[in-house]
Design a protein around this ligand. Structure first.
Ligand SMILES: Nc1ncnc2c1ncn2[C@@H]1O[C@H](COP(=O)(O)OP(=O)(O)O)[C@@H](O)[C@H]1O
Ligand SMILES: [Mg+2]
Length: 236
């Protein structure tokens, strides 16, 4: 079997002396959507940080397109084509929408206008509000800014930690539609979601994480059909 495009394999590590991840594995293929679900405190955000290089691993490895990137800094991973939207504090609230997008492109030395136009095509409301402070936007629009900012680096992999947190079901559906659109352009999506059912519905691959370990791994459809997954993690 071919190596996935991005894989965090057998990751073990945590904060200080305490391990949170215990041999956790997450992977995503090119242009596909992989979704991580699981209870609060399971280590989903920690696993995302580990894949992005914000957490030193005691064991395991992270590989991108076959290259071992385990020891690279987050910034070096951005240069390799990874983008990460963290769960909190993922925009500059006092800056305008457009300044946020410009900040996203800080590593680029080429013309960013085309990418900005693509982001505005994907999220038209951001163009309307481009000179407004991002902090004045609604929760859903702020998440669009965060995703848009990440896309400004022209990533190959987009990592999202609970992108629909605190938004209405309609806004969630819209955001998922946009994420599907992004994946169709060939960008891999690795996403943590608390809206487990809806997220698994659009997932090629799903991971149920419990106490820092993989509990269930399958296609999104198979996980949704699994009685035990349904009962324990999807509310029946
Ligand atoms: N910065 C941190 N320092 C110490 N412990 C942390 C830190 N962040 C998270 N934890 C702990 O790690 C565990 C997993 O947290 P987290 O990865 O945020 O879970 P999830 O995203 O699945 O809700 C929890 O017990 C949490 O208290
Ligand atoms: Mg979390």
């Amino acid at each position: 079997m071919a190596e996935p495009f991005l894989i965090g394999e057998n990751m073990t590590g945590g904060y200080g002396a305490v391990d949170i991840l215990h041999g956790c594995t997450l992977a995503v293929e090119k242009g596909e959507i992989a979704v991580i679900v699981g209870p609060n405190g399971a280590g989903k955000s920690t696993a995302m940080k580990a894949v992005f290089g914000m957490l030193k691993l005691r064991g395991g490895a992270v590989r991108l397109a076959g290259e071992d990137i385990t020891t690279l800094t987050p910034q070096a991973r951005v240069a390799k084509g990874m983008a990460f939207v963290p769960q909190t504090q993922n925009i500059f609230t006092t800056m305008t929408v457009e300044e946020n997008l410009e900040m996203g492109a800080f590593l680029r030395r080429d013309d960013i206008k085309g990418t900005m136009a693509q982001v505005y095509d994907l999220f038209p409301i951001l163009k309307t509000k481009r000179y407004q402070a991002a902090g004045e936007l609604s929760g859903g629009q702020r998440q669009q800014v965060a995703v848009g900012r990440a896309l400004m680096t022209q990533p190959k992999v987009l990592m999202l930690d609970e992108p629909t947190a605190g938004v209405s079901p309609i806004v969630m559906d819209e955001l998922f539609d946009r994420i599907i659109e992004v994946a169709r352009t060939g960008i891999s999506i690795l996403m943590v979601e608390q809206n487990a059912r809806q997220a698994l519905e659009i997932a090629h691959k799903g991971y149920v994480l419990v106490q820092g370990s993989n509990r269930f791994t399958d296609t999104g459809q198979a996980l949704m059909a699994d009685p035990e997954v349904r009962r324990s993690f999807l509310g029946g």
